[in-house]
Structure formats: structure tokens, C-alpha cells
Design a protein around this ligand. Structure first.
Ligand SMILES: *[C@@H]1O[C@H](CO)[C@@H](O)[C@H](O)[C@H]1NC(C)=O
Ligand SMILES: *[C@@H]1O[C@H](CO)[C@@H](O)[C@H](O)[C@H]1NC(C)=O
Ligand SMILES: *[C@@H]1O[C@H](CO)[C@@H](O)[C@H](O)[C@H]1NC(C)=O
Ligand SMILES: *[C@@H]1O[C@H](CO)[C@@H](O)[C@H](O)[C@H]1NC(C)=O
Length: 345
């Protein structure tokens, strides 16, 4: 009988192992792509409908800008992983009052801790540089302490825009601006010590529109197979990679060589800026962006590194400032596609 048990055990073990390996391989091969759930619209569907829409499209990650209770409820048990943000308006209290941070976790995270996998919690969005920037690290520390106290291991970070970069070209010269370098150095030390990623909002669209004389549209749209920019031994075929590598360079200069980057936002508007913000260009950019992330090619500086990427955004949002800002959505508020994007390789 012993051999039989031994045999059965090893079969079970082998199948467990192979399913683990498979999961690992699928994750490693498929890359990670999610969407930003912006809610600045007065005509958007309810969160339960939105989550069903995402599930029907195989979208397995979402970023919330604030702990919207209805959205969190709809995400319970959905299998969709969540990047959860705090309101910028809460940063000062989160940073100065550990009890407020503890309560924030108790109210927004604890009730969902068994039903939602939280990918990370972000203290604020695009507040460096601003007068709120000094509160970011204290808020991160208090949130992390509150999580640790109840044995929840969820990375804590913040999301920055590329306005933190004083130099972004060539990528190897990337550096934080003098204005933010001290605050970014402290944040980076915290991230490195806790092995947490920095979340960065990366928009080749904005880089392109402010420097059209020097940047090719195809380079911004991932629509070239040729190296467009050479930087030492590295060759760049798209602006997205160049911006990411400039950010890695900036992190390296403040002791963050080990810190990973998560692309918390990227996207392209489909209307309201002539020939640049068109459905054709938005479709091309976002499909190429997703294929780039799913392909796990990394960037020239970190080839093969997984670039977890969150597309901005699910919906066109009519309460944002008029113009392109209202037209970053993959879907209209009535849930029909603005253009088709494939979230599956
Ligand atoms: C979702 O993924 C499944 C495989 O798991 C695939 O068969 C299906 O076509 C995908 N659906 C969409 C809308 O991409
Ligand atoms: C957290 O884990 C530690 C060590 O395993 C344990 O002593 C403690 O009681 C746990 N705390 C809570 C709130 O679960
Ligand atoms: C660039 O865009 C054109 C027009 O849509 C398309 O035919 C071509 O395949 C694209 N090239 C690359 C490298 O994506
Ligand atoms: C959804 O909204 C868009 C934009 O307003 C419109 O063009 C489209 O016809 C609508 N689709 C449906 C099914 O109502």
C-alpha cells in the first residue's frame, strides 16, 4: 500500500507543481494590464455594471482613485485585483494622524481583505510636486504601519506624474528635478526598503504635443519597428520606453536602482485635438501599449522586466475639463466601445 500512497502522493504533487508552474508561466508570459476607473462623470453606469463589463473583457486589474464603497463592494469576489488610492485631500491627515490612517485601513481595506486582492495602496495621485508633496511619505508610513499592525501585507506607494523629472532626455540622463529631488529621495528609500514599486503616470501624448518639432508621431504611437533614438548602446523604438528608462535613471540617481516601476496611467485621447487626438491614433496607441505590456519585453534599460500597466481610462468623463481630458475613455458612458481594444494576447 505504501507504494500506492507514494505514487498517488507524487502524482498529486506533480500535478500541483505543474499547475503552479503553469500559473507562473501564464503570469510571466502574459504580462499585466489593467484599467483606471475614473468616475468624474454624471452619466456613468453603476459600479456593479462596470465590473461585469470588465469581466466580460478579461480585464483582471483595476485602479481606483479613491475608496469608493460601491466600487469596492462590486469588486468583492470578482477576481479583479485592485490598486487602491487615497484622496489627495486626505494626505495631510493620513500623514499627521496615525489613528486616522488606522481608521482609513479599517473602513476601506479590512472589510474586503478576504474578498479582494489589493495589489497596492497609493497615498495620493500626482501630488509631487505640489504643496501636498511633503505629506506623501508620512502618509505612506502611517498606512503601512496600520497594515502591519493587522498583519496585512499590501505594498504602499504613491503615483507620480513625469512632472517629477527635471531631465528626461536622453533616457540615460533622466533625473528628478531639483524641486522634488529631496522628497523623491526619501520616498525612494522607503520603497526600496519595503520592496514596493513606484507608480508613474506616463503619457507620450503630452510629451508629443508639447514638442512636436522634435518627436515623430509614429514614435509616440509605438508605430515604428525602427530604432528612432539612440542613447549610448541602447536603441529606442517608442517614446513610452524612453520615458520609463528616464524614470529608472532618475530612481538610480537617488539610490533606487532596485525599485520597480508600475505604470499607473497611460492612454491617448480620441477627440478634441485635430489630427492628433483621433480614434485611429487612440486605438493604435492603446492596442500597442497593451501588446507591449502583455509581451513582457520590458524596456531597453530593463529588458524582459514585467511592466504592469493601467490604461487610462474606462470611460469618457464629462465632468473633467472640456477638451481632450474628457476623451481618454475606451468606452462611452453607455458602455459601447469608443474603439476596440484587445486585453488578451
Ligand atoms: C477571454 O479569455 C478567454 C480565455 O481565457 C478567451 O477565450 C476569450 O476570447 C477572451 N475574451 C475576450 C473578450 O477577449
Ligand atoms: C500578527 O502576527 C503576529 C505574529 O504572527 C501575531 O503575534 C499577532 O497576534 C498578529 N496580529 C493580528 C492582529 O492578527
Ligand atoms: C503603422 O500604422 C500603419 C497605419 O495604420 C500600419 O499599416 C502599420 O502596420 C503600422 N506600423 C507598425 C510598425 O505598427
Ligand atoms: C453610445 O453613446 C455613443 C456616444 O454618445 C453613441 O454614438 C452610440 O450610438 C451610443 N450607443 C448606444 C447603443 O446607445
Amino acid at each position: 500500500m505504501d507504494w500506492l500512497f507514494g505514487y498517488i502522493f507524487s502524482v498529486i504533487r506533480i500535478s500541483l507543481l505543474s499547475s503552479l508552474c503553469c500559473k507562473f508561466l501564464i503570469d510571466a508570459e502574459a504580462g499585466i494590464v489593467g484599467v483606471n476607473y475614473g468616475m468624474l462623470g454624471d452619466n456613468l453606469p453603476t459600479p456593479d455594471k462596470v465590473i461585469l463589463l470588465l469581466q466580460s473583457r478579461n480585464i483582471t486589474r483595476i485602479r481606483l482613485f479613491d475608496p469608493n464603497p460601491d466600487a469596492l463592494k462590486a469588486l468583492d469576489g470578482s477576481g479583479i485585483d485592485v490598486v487602491l488610492g487615497t484622496l489627495n485631500d486626505d494626505l495631510q491627515r493620513l500623514g499627521s494622524d496615525p489613528l486616522f490612517a488606522k481608521n482609513w485601513i479599517k473602513i476601506n481595506v479590512v472589510p474586503h481583505a478576504k474578498t479582494i486582492h489589493f495589489r497596492c495602496i497609493t497615498a495620493g495621485n500626482e501630488v509631487v510636486p505640489s504643496e501636498l508633496a511633503v505629506h506623501v511619505l508620512p502618509a505612506m508610513k502611517n498606512l503601512q504601519m496600520a497594515l502591519k499592525a493587522i498583519n496585512l501585507t499590501i505594498p504602499v506607494s504613491t503615483a507620480v506624474s513625469t512632472a517629477v523629472l527635471g531631465t528626461s532626455f536622453p533616457p540615460s540622463q533622466g533625473a528628478f528635478s531639483t524641486e522634488v529631488s529631496s522628497v523623491m529621495r526619501s520616498i525612494t528609500a522607503f520603497l526600496a526598503a519595503n520592496k514596493s514599486p513606484l507608480l508613474v503616470n506616463i503619457y507620450p501624448y503630452f510629451a508629443y504635443i508639447y514638442d512636436q518639432n522634435n518627436i515623430l508621431l509614429d514614435y509616440a504611437l509605438f508605430n515604428t519597428t525602427k530604432v528612432v533614438v539612440r542613447d549610448g548602446t541602447l536603441g529606442y523604438k517608442n517614446l513610452f520606453d524612453a520615458i520609463i528608462d528616464a524614470t529608472y535613471s532618475a530612481l538610480e540617481k537617488v539610490g533606487g536602482a532596485s525599485v520597480d516601476i508600475v505604470i499607473s496611467e497611460s492612454g491617448w485621447p480620441s477627440a478634441e485635438n485635430g489630427d492628433i487626438a483621433t480614434i485611429r491614433n487612440a486605438r493604435m496607441y492603446n492596442n500597442n501599449l497593451i501588446a507591449h505590456a502583455l509581451g513582457n519585453s520590458g524596456s531597453p534599460k530593463r529588458p524582459g522586466k514585467c511592466l504592469e500597466t493601467y490604461v487610462f481610462a474606462i470611460f469618457n468623463e464629462d465632468l473633467k475639463p472640456p477638451g481632450t481630458e474628457q476623451n481618454f475613455g475606451l468606452f462611452y458612458p453607455n458602455m459601447t466601445e469608443v474603439y476596440h481594444v484587445s486585453f488578451y494576447p
